[in-house]
Design a binder for this molecule. Sequence first.
Ligand SMILES: [Zn+2]
Length: 608
Amino acid sequence: MYNYFRAGSVKPEGWLLEQLKIQKDGLSGNLDKIWPDIRDSAWIGGDKEGWERVPYWLDGFIPLAYLLGDKDMICRADKYIKSIIERQKSDGWICPCPDNARNEYDVWAYFLIGKVLAVYVDFTDDASVLNSLYRSMKCLYNEIKNEGIKLFNWGKFRWFECMIPLQFLYDRYKEEWIRELGKAVREQGVNFFDYIDDWRKPLNCWTYETHIVNLCMMFKYEAVSAKLFGEKYENKAEALWQELDKYNGTAFGGFTGDECLAGVANNRGTELCSVVELMYSCELLYAITRNPVWADRLEKLAFNALPATISDDMWTHQYVQMVNQIACIRFPGKSYFGTNNSEAHIFGLEPHFGCCTANHNQGWPKLAMFSFLKSENGIHIAALLPSTLKTEVNGVPVEVRIETEYPFRHSAKITVESKEKVKFPLTVRIPSWVKSLRINGADHKPDDCCEIERIWSGKYSFTFDFTDIPHFQSRPHNLKTAQYGPIIFSLPVLTEYKKYEYLKDGVERKFPYCDYELIPKSDWRYGFIDEDLIPCYNAGDSIPFSSQKPRITLKAYMKKVEWDFEEGYNTVAARKPLSDNSACEAEQIELYPYGCAKLRMTEMPIVK
Ligand SMILES: [Zn+2]
């Protein structure tokens, strides 16, 4: 098992820092100023939403504020936390609901605020907030033990989220009631293996058991429980993953869900909340189980699905993204999505529903906290993200720095600095796609994990160069997706942005938090001639996953093919072309990273 370093030990740099600054200047960094459900929430004494939205937002905003060391943001985070704990009841109950209505309050938000208080204490060491977290969980323990409250709806399907604040408390107090509460919660929660039959074809109706966000959160249930209860881990997550991937997998390594499971169709939607929750599940699964497959899956989501569905300025997002997404225009009639409305795929403030508006912001900050993990007696680099770790090993201050433009380039320089002599192993996770690896210019076998154990003293640097060959991954209907390293590539469609500013239910959409429809202005009907894909490295601009100037592209030879729309929808590409044959001339086309191409074709045929 790996553990996280104390929050604040890892500082983002390079492109990751640029990305977090964009987030700070975007919706996530300003949501408390403009969005009534955060600004006037019942959590802080207002009359708006008093359930998941404020905790969702704080769960990303707190790490963002502290990772950037931004005084104004830290001050605003403090104000929310202070206001929430001021309202805590004398018996420890912490959520905003009348005392006589506790049994009607869905305790999913109770688990969530517990996670928020834990991350806050992790960054600040604030004893009064730690005490508040302790009292809130003790109250939940009493309420569940005395059958004052029972789990239902979201709480029943997201029961394992409670293990995260409980683990945080157990690490500090080692009191047995903490584990008892965890077991009582598990007892009342669902067993996901009961629902596997429902995952095999889209039901096209709304159920908790096929709800994409519930399922993306679910993967960590056994790992977080096994850790808290000291039980043997049996890798149930992999069996669940295989089932979901077979029937609902996407080219970007997540699942369809608009907002319940939608099959393997490349033109159905995937909710943004499911992307960030799946990333978080992968992070905890890798840390707890050390199985590298979870970190590979994490990288694929983080470098593709996350940037794809949020605008360059991070002010607007989609509720659902599509793999082959040729237009983001409101459907004039019936929605194409299973249970999401006809605007779920436009970019905006809260298209379809506002959960992602508050919840999307955990994605980048939690990834930034994941780059370095603590091994039994040393330091582990879990992901090659530009960042610096400052910590102590055996009482000796040590600094480790990763300088890299990965995933846009396939190399990294790692520098370890220590003023005194100290011996420990430094391990580096090597992504599974790496075909060849050179460390300081010498060839090495690209195993899952590379270990360097030595007596560190002074400054020591080593360079990692790793290679991949651009290739296709196979998709349903005999279609292909180009992949190079952890990035998948799409044919970009020239895009016109049509802006909408308006007021709906008292909530203002106004630039930069307005809505946009994305209208296609170039042809999208293409197929590959062959697998000859040539990487091009570009300077890019100040936006890491820029939709205008990507830092990496792939040149491909392609031909136009006949490809129709999905029946009844003239803004949705059919799932496959009419034919794989083409009499057209070959054209050289520059493919963009999936996360950069807001309108795109990602699954395409090989033409004859
Ligand atoms: Zn959502």
